[in-house]
Design a protein around this ligand. Structure first.
Ligand SMILES: C[S@@+](CC[C@H](N)C(=O)[O-])C[C@H]1O[C@@H](n2cnc3c(N)ncnc32)[C@H](O)[C@@H]1O
Length: 235
């Protein structure tokens, strides 16, 4: 039976439209180029924290059979590939998957184009990884999303995740970051088109507690400014 309609359902369509249209310019955010270039000092903080984050994730490997949810252009797929035994990468945007394939050029990666709010994993994995996705899950779908994660994990498996902290320099100079406790933000593309998307900022202690309430043993931490990251296993 499909989920009953939620207050953010129209936004989920607009959010996906945004990412489809953004696929070819998406990496500018991660690489602090164009509108995301906040100047040398702020960029330096960003890149130092990216390096720390990458080291923290690498240290959690090897990952075994791995499922990456909302894989995007492959910024993290390329990091997972050497430390995963097998890798399945899911995204609802075919445009993102095209970018990802081009970056990775690896036929051993299984790509799946699917809507994560409707998809069910056909098998179980040792690791389920998602970066900069959880903040796009509306609050009323948080529990169902974690249910999908739980049902995708093999016994003893682990979810690993990364997301943004609420910090102004995290987005482009022309965009509003969004409210600390809000759920919706406007985002623009380079051509000026504007979209509304879901953006829920999670802080480590709150996320750990929330996941604990849902039956997860979660360890969530953050870099000083930009990123929150953690792991969770079913209790
Ligand atoms: C912020 S990006 C994160 C991409 C990548 N994980 C990263 O760290 O760069 C969000 C991703 O979610 C995908 N997405 C949006 N709505 C989706 C949905 N309903 N189901 C699956 N993927 C979706 C977008 O296409 C986009 O690739």
């Amino acid at each position: 039976m499909p989920d009953p309609p939620g207050p953010h359902d129209d936004l989920l369509v607009e959010q996906l439209d945004y990412y489809r249209a953004r696929a070819s310019e998406y990496d500018e955010w991660w690489e602090r180029r164009g509108r995301f270039d906040r100047g040398p000092e702020l960029n330096e903080v960003w890149f130092a924290e990216v390096t720390a984050l990458e080291a923290a994730i690498d240290a959690l490997g090897p990952f075994g059979d791995t499922l990456e949810l909302a894989c995007g252009t492959g910024i993290w797929t390329r990091r997972l590939r050497p430390i995963a035994r097998t890798l399945t990468a899911v995204d609802a945007s075919g445009e993102m998957i095209v970018q990802n394939r081009a970056r990775l050029g690896d036929d051993s990666i299984e790509y799946v184009e699917a809507d994560l709010f409707a998809w069910v994993a056909p098998r179980r994995y040792d690791t389920v990884f998602f970066s900069f996705w959880l903040s796009h899950v509306p609050p009323e779908r948080f529990e169902a999303f974690w249910d999908l994660v739980g049902r995708s994990l093999a016994p003893g498996g682990r979810a690993l995740f990364i997301d943004n902290r609420w910090v102004e320099a995290g987005t482009s100079s022309g965009d509003r970051l969004g409210d600390r406790h809000g759920t919706t933000v406007p985002r623009r593309l380079n051509d000026g088109r504007s979209f509304r998307i879901v953006k829920v900022f999670h802080e480590p202690a709150d996320l750990e507690r929330h996941l604990g309430d849902l039956g997860w043993e979660a360890h969530v931490t953050g870099t000083d400014t930009h990123f929150v990251y953690g792991s969770a296993s079913r209790r």
